[in-house]
Design a protein around this ligand. Sequence first.
Ligand code: SF4
Length: 507
Amino acid sequence: MAIVRSARKNVKIKHFYLNSQEEVVVKIVKEILTLFKIDLDEATNEPLAYESLAIDNQVMLDDIVKVNTKIRLVDSSKIEHDFCIEAEGQHDERKLASSRRLIKLNLYHLFRKYFQFETAPWGILHGVRPTKIVHHYIDQGLTKPAIISRLQNDYEVSTAKAELITKLAFKQRSFLATSNPKLVSIYIGIPFCLSRCLYCSFPSYVLPKKEILDQFMVKLKQDIVAAQSLIIQQGLSVQSIYIGGGTPTSLPDEDFTVLLNLVKDSFYGVETVEFTVEAGRPDTITDHKIAAMMNHSVNRVSVNPQTMQLKTLKRIGRNHTPEAIIEMFYKFRKAKMQHINMDLIIGLPGETCEDMKDTMQKIVALNPDDITLHALALKKGSQLKMNGGCKDLPDDETAQAMFAIAMDAVEKLKMEPYYLYRQGYMSGNLENVGCSKSGSEGFYNIQIMEEHQTIIGIGPAATTKVIDPITERMQTSFNAKDLTTYLNHVDKYIEKRTILLNTAFSN
Ligand code: SF4
């Protein structure tokens, strides 16, 4: 018997049982519960729709893995509802991976069927990098139609999303094929902004006073010089450089120029094809900084309006107007910046489809080279989340309609998706997707998402990802997100990074 419920309302359950304590199994089961908005609330004294939910997965590791899943729901009238399903894995899957996928798939089918939930566009494909599985299939020799079919059958991905990531992964192959193990990219994190946006969960700080800033510049230089020594010692070449944050252009003119000098001298070489600076917000841009970028071979900037609606800019804590974005854009065009990217966010508080249409009209008129569409993700650490969200966030259906409006506009500019990633708690169960005109694809964006190339991280909150040239396995080291910890212990982070790189590249 199907229990009819609205997909949009949360299902509340008091007690939960799972026949496994294994961390990964608990995690994947929770992912499905979150997907279908099934909340556990043991602490409440209120009567809930369901007294308990028990999940029992039996895994049979034969030649082909089988998983039998049973669920028992006890409703508030103590009536038991039992459902079960069995699924088989594929010949070419690793057994452990197969069993975990089948647990998710079984739960997805059971909850969908008996609660009459709508399909989820990404099905059970929950990772940050859904294209990775497509690259795996391409490596195995599967054709485009075969990959689309596997994504639909094995992961319940919608046809539209399966086609999107398959096309996108094939497009990425030529960029990834240029990678060789001695070619690396550099990420430098500048954790400052002029004010903090309402939705921001990045570890960024309002620009500190001079004394702290001077200390930061000294430690950052130490970090950069150490990375440069490693590159020379290991005979590495730098293919792309990315200065992100925060908003790097929040630095005062003089510090910004010192930074560009240092970065160019340390890393820019004959193999360098891309040098990006996140120029972020117009309130951080001066003519001096634009000239400094042009003089130091920066060939890609991100101008990030997020929206072209004044009411929303004010609401999210940005002290600038849409007109200031337009002015900044044209200054970069006049200076002949080679690639200009613009970031937009779908699902900002109070926005409607009409707002999205208006924003896209203004963006299309500017005709940038690259647009990244982000779906708002309500993450821990953002004021929006800490303040308990807000009542006028667009619902999932509206966010999806807004995304479709934005994609239509992007297509008008003859742009195609070239990288994609997902996060938790995304508005409309959507994705972040980078689209560009042919020849304007952000090389660093592809490398950071697909994890095919070693990326050396410098500065607070930066991550170093080292791809072992022999095993192709990835090892990571993390710099402190907290500024004071980074300033006090930069030596420690440099040492960890050095060991990691030397171990991988000295063999
Ligand atoms: S500009 Fe970016 S990093 Fe800075 S506060 Fe806003 S969202 Fe966060």
